[in-house]
Design a protein around this ligand. Structure first.
Ligand code: UD1
Ligand code: CA
Length: 451
C-alpha cells in the first residue's frame, strides 16, 4: 500500500442520450447500485484520500448520489461539455490542494476495481508523471490508442484523429489515468482543442508530459474491468459480469448454491457461514443472511436481515424493513414488509405481514393478513410472543394481540386482544341435519322428470 495522499476525480458530466432514459446515465444500477457508486467504491478512501465528482449542469441528483456514498466528496459542475480535460479542470480547486497522486476515472465504468486503481498509482511512486490504464480490446474501434515506442508510452491517439497505422493498435486507453500531483495542473492546463472534435482531450496529457521530459507508463488490465456504459445493452453486459463476480465471491465465502447462475445478488448482499440459496432467488439492496439460514427457490428479498437458521420461501417476498429472528420461518406466498419476526416465529403460508412485530414463537396461520393501510396512513400490528393466529384472520391495524393469545380462524380483529385470551369474530354456525341429502334428492327427481 502506498503512503502517498490521493485525489480521485470522477467525471460524470457527459450525458449520452443512448440510454433513452430520463435518469442520468451514471445513476443507472448494476447489481442494485448506481454506476457512480461502483466507481466511488473503487476509489481510494481513508484520511489521505480526497474525492471530487464532476457533474453536468442541472444534475443535482448525481451530486446527491456522490454525497450519499461518500459524504466527504467535493462536487463540481462542468457547465459546458468540452472534453475530458475540460471536465477535469472543473475540479481545479480540488487539484490545486496538492495531493501526491491525482487519479481520473469515469463515472460510467462501474467494473473498475480498487486493486487496479492502486496498481495504477505504483508507477508514480517510481517517478512516472502519468500512468495510464490500458487494455487489449477485442474491437478497438472508438477507443484512444496507446502509442508505444521503444517500450515507452509516447502518446494517446483518439479514434477520430488516428492514422490507419495507429488504428491497427489494439492496446487502448481505458480512460483511467493517474498523475503525479506536482505536475497535474501544469500539464492539463496546456491541453488545447486542435483536433477532429475540437474538444480538450485529457489524453493529450501524454505527449505534453513527454515534451517536458517527463515519463508516462502503462498499466494493463482486463477489458471486462473497463467497459464503459453507453447503452442499455452495455448496462446488461456489465450486470452479467458483475453478477458473475458476486456469485463467485459468495461461493468463495462458503454459500451453497446449486445453480448460482440463476441467483441474482446485490453489490452489498452479505452472507454468514453455511447459508444455502436455492435456484432463482433475487436479492435487492440491503440484505444480510446470517449463519445457517436457507433461502428457498423463487424468493425475492430486499432490505431484509435474515437471522441465523431462518428459513425463507419457496416463493417468499421480503421487503425493506424486514428482520427475521433466529430460526424463524417465512413460507410460500408470504410477503413481509417493515416487520420484525422474532426468534422461532412462523408464517408458513399465504400471508401478508406489514408494519408489524411478531413475538418469539408465535404462529401465524395460513391466509392471515395485517390490514395496515387505510388508504391514507399505515398502522402497526403487534403480535405477542407465543400467540396463535388462526388461519384466514384479518388483523385491522392499529391492533395488538397479546402474548399467548388465540385468534379463532377467520376472525376480523379490530380491537386489542389481551394476553392469553381467545378472540373469535365470526357469525354463529348453523347446521341443518339431512339438508344436503334432501336437496340432492329433489334436484335428481326434477332432472329425471324433464328427461
Ligand atoms: C475517452 C478517451 C479515450 C478512451 C475512452 C475509454 C478522451 C479524449 N478519450 O473517449 O481515449 O479510450 O474514453 O472509454 O479522454 N466527460 C465529461 N465531460 C466532457 C466529456 C466527457 O464529464 O466534457 C466524461 C463522460 O461523462 C464520460 C467520460 O468523461 O464518463 C468519457 O467521455 P466520453 O465522451 O465517453 O469519451 P470517449 O470518447 O469514450
Ligand atoms: Ca465513452
Amino acid at each position: 500500500m502506498t503512503s502517498r495522499s490521493s485525489l480521485t476525480v470522477v467525471l460524470a458530466a457527459g450525458e449520452g442520450t443512448r440510454m433513452r432514459s430520463s435518469l442520468p446515465k451514471v445513476l443507472h444500477p448494476v447489481a442494485s447500485r448506481s454506476l457512480l457508486a461502483h466507481v466511488l467504491a473503487a476509489a481510494p478512501d481513508g484520511e489521505r484520500a480526497a474525492l471530487a465528482v464532476v457533474v453536468g449542469p442541472g444534475h443535482q441528483a448525481v451530486a446527491d448520489e456522490a454525497l450519499r456514498v461518500r459524504p466527504d466528496a467535493l462536487t463540481f459542475v462542468q457547465h459546458e461539455r468540452r472534453g475530458t480535460a475540460h471536465a477535469v479542470l472543473a475540479a481545479r480547486d480540488a487539484i490545486a490542494a496538492g495531493a501526491d497522486d491525482v487519479l481520473v476515472a469515469f463515472g460510467d465504468t462501474p467494473l473498475i476495481s480498487r486493486r487496479t486503481l492502486e496498481r495504477l498509482r505504483a508507477p508514480l511512486a517510481q517517478g512516472a508523471a502519468i500512468a495510464v490504464l490500458g487494455f487489449r480490446a477485442a474491437d478497438p474501434t472508438g477507443y484512444g490508442r496507446l502509442v508505444v515506442k521503444d517500450g515507452e508510452l509516447t502518446a494517446i491517439r483518439e479514434q477520430a484523429d488516428a492514422s490507419a497505422e495507429e488504428r491497427a493498435i489494439d492496446l487502448c486507453n481505458a480512460g483511467v489515468m493517474a498523475f503525479d500531483g506536482r505536475h497535474a495542473l501544469a500539464i492539463i492546463d496546456r491541453i488545447g482543442s486542435a483536433n477532429a472534435k475540437s474538444e480538450f482531450y485529457l489524453t493529450d496529457a501524454i505527449a505534453i508530459a513527454r515534451e517536458a521530459g517527463l515519463r508516462a507508463a502503462v498499466i494493463e488490465t482486463d477489458e471486462d474491468e473497463v467497459r464503459g456504459i453507453n447503452t442499455k445493452a452495455q448496462l446488461a453486459e456489465a450486470e452479467e459480469v458483475m453478477q458473475r463476480r458476486l456469485r463467485d465471491a459468495a461461493l468463495d465465502a462458503g454459500v451453497t448454491m446449486i445453480a448460482p447462475e440463476t441467483v441474482f445478488l446485490a453489490a452489498d448482499t452479505a452472507f454468514g457461514r453455511d447459508v444455502t440459496v436455492e435456484p432463482f432467488v433475487v436479492f435487492g439492496p440491503g440484505v444480510s443472511v446470517a449463519d445457517g439460514a436457507v433461502v428457498h427457490a423463487f424468493s425475492h428479498i430486499a432490505g431484509a436481515a435474515i437471522g441465523p437458521g431462518a428459513s425463507v420461501g419457496p416463493y417468499a417476498r421480503l421487503r425493506p424493513g424486514t428482520t427475521l429472528g433466529a430460526g424463524s420461518r417465512i413460507g410460500n406466498f408470504v410477503e413481509v414488509k417493515a416487520a420484525t419476526i422474532e426468534a422461532g416465529a412462523k408464517a408458513n403460508h399465504l400471508t401478508y405481514l406489514g408494519d408489524s412485530t411478531v413475538g418469539a414463537g408465535a404462529n401465524i396461520g395460513a391466509g392471515t393478513i395485517t390490514c395496515n393501510y387505510d388508504g391514507f396512513d399505515k398502522h402497526r400490528t403487534e403480535i405477542g410472543a407465543g400467540a396463535f393466529v388462526g388461519s384466514n384472520s384479518s388483523l385491522v391495524a392499529p391492533v395488538r394481540i397479546g402474548a399467548g393469545a388465540y385468534i379463532g380462524s377467520g376472525s376480523v380483529v379490530t380491537r386489542d386482544v389481551p394476553d392469553d385470551a381467545l378472540a373469535v369474530e365470526r357469525s354463529t354456525q348453523t347446521v341443518r341435519e339431512g339438508w344436503a341429502r334432501r336437496f340432492r334428492d329433489l334436484k335428481r327427481a326434477r332432472k329425471e322428470r324433464k328427461e
